[in-house]
Design a protein. Structure first.
Length: 69
């Protein structure tokens, strides 16, 4: 998971768990954050080769899916 992408000093963060949600997308959890449900494009299941490169963001992308659970 990438930290705050709106800041120049964003970075990839470890320690997240993710699982497929029955409502679509991926439910992500981390002990420091509230669990949420996000689109698949926001999740990387392996460490990226370039840790400074962010994900490819689709046009008109949703960042968070509701309801969370």
């Amino acid at each position: 998971m990438r930290g705050n992408p709106l800041k120049d000093e964003s970075y990839w963060m470890a320690g997240w768990t993710g699982s497929a949600s029955e409502k679509g997308g991926v439910r992500i959890e981390h002990f420091d954050y509230v669990a949420s449900r996000v689109p698949e494009w926001r999740v990387s299941w392996s460490e990226p080769e370039d840790l400074k490169k962010g994900p490819d963001i689709p046009t008109n992308a949703s960042w968070k899916l509701f309801p969370t659970d």
